[in-house]
Design a protein around this ligand. Sequence first.
Ligand code: NI
Length: 177
Amino acid sequence: MSLLKIAPMGNPVLRTVARAIVDPTDPEVRRLAFDMVDTMIDAGGIGLAAPQVYEGVRLIVFSTIDERPGGDGPPPETITILLNPEVTPLDDAIDEAFEGCLSIPGIRGLVPRPARIGYSGWDLDGNRIEREAAGLHARVVQHELDHLDGILYLDRMADFATLAFESELHHVMPRKE
Ligand code: NI
């Protein structure tokens, strides 16, 4: 495995629109995808987009937890590698939740996003992937797809008063009664 260097905010690669992958089965694409998974796990992230490792191609990796109830032990975690992804909101519902980003370490902010989405793309064997998602799953896919278009979560924030260092996050988190 190889760990890749993560581009920090300010690097132009994070503000550049990534190009489509022509051949999903290209061994170079496979190597990049597997290195991105290793890098994401090592960095403690739940998603990573190729521009974050200085590769301007439309490839994202993310981890999702099966939120269906039932069974013993921790819920199973699934890692998805998705090429040339597309996202469509399923309705007008908007969710707000705090997000962070491996390219913007140490801070988080509240980000509104469509709550329920359909998304699609291809896997490394060239098979079509089509899914629907809500909650954190929908959020991570949208966050990572934004990276392919040069968009950071800060650009999506509605209120910068919610932007905080992780140590201060409890001050800006909405209180739950
Ligand atoms: Ni990010």
